[in-house]
Design a binder for this molecule. Structure first.
Ligand SMILES: CC(C)(COP(=O)(O)OP(=O)(O)OC[C@H]1O[C@@H](n2cnc3c(N)ncnc32)[C@H](O)[C@@H]1OP(=O)(O)O)[C@@H](O)C(=O)NCCC(=O)NCCS
Length: 218
């Protein structure tokens, strides 16, 4: 891997940043599917559905087709949930990145690049209801550049920014299926402070959790 450098966001990064965010999030679809397929209640549901199809149709082939259709519907639901999330974020802070991150001293956005190609990104914003706290957001590294320390370097950039700005805490949230992100934050020194079930129907049905981390600036 070529050496990378980290610099502040420029408007010419706009499309690449939005694309990298979408790609990072869309990857979570398969992790979410694996998580669901490992749940006993999902296995039981699929077994009951398969047995019911078999009893009604008396055909293994038809029952397998019905089971495959159920799985396809499940994939479609997860896919549209993630697409909706990406669309929402593209319409919020990532709609005008310059305005959301670059116009005041308590927020910033950085990109990592190698040979003029964008390979990583991260942003911070002041926490809504807490003085001295900033929130790390939109961390992502290009798939073919991972595990080479870019994520850690982006985290350190955020921590340096917080320290220089006199902040006391950097906070962030990630999901239970973002295992690489959890490892990254823990390696950098973030501590998990709370786990909450996603407050949606999907979250309640599947116990899908959001993990909250903080890093205390010494
Ligand atoms: C999470 C992510 C940013 C990590 O970026 P990265 O550049 O690969 O991270 P680093 O190379 O700096 O790795 C940091 C630590 O995490 C560990 N790590 C990274 N990916 C890992 C994985 N898939 N499995 C286990 N450990 C992993 C590394 O081994 C390293 O630990 P070390 O210091 O012991 O070597 C990247 O995987 C990514 O973009 N994921 C998709 C988007 C996403 O989930 N973003 C997080 C939003 S909250």
């Amino acid at each position: 891997m070529a050496d990378f450098s980290i610099r502040r966001y420029k408007n010419s990064d706009y499309d690449a940043v939005r694309l990298m965010f979408a790609q990072g999030m869309l990857e979570q679809r398969s992790a979410t599917c694996f998580y669901l397929l490992k749940m006993p209640r999902v296995n039981l549901f699929l077994l009951v559905a398969f047995t019911t199809f078999l009893v009604v149709s008396k055909s293994y082939l038809l029952s397998l087709i019905c089971l495959a259709s159920l799985l396809a519907v499940g994939w479609h639901l997860i896919n549209s949930e993630v697409h909706q999330y990406v669309k929402r974020c593209h319409g919020e802070d990532l709609l005008d990145i310059e305005k959301s991150y670059m116009l005041n001293g308590s927020s910033c956005f950085w990109v990592a690049e190698t040979e003029r190609k964008l390979v990583g990104m991260v942003g911070v914003q002041a926490a809504q209801n807490s003085d001295g706290e900033i929130v790390l957001r939109r961390m992502s590294v290009a798939k073919d550049q991972r595990t080479h320390g870019i994520g850690k370097a982006l985290c350190r950039t955020v921590i340096d920014f917080a320290r220089k700005g006199g902040c006391k805490v950097v906070s962030l949230e990630t999901s239970m299926v973002q295992y690489a992100a959890q490892k990254l934050y823990e390696r950098v020194g973030f501590k998990e402070i709370k786990v909450m079930i996603l407050p949606t129907l999907f979250g309640k049905l599947t116990n899908f959790s959001i993990l909250y981390y903080t890093f205390d600036i010494k």
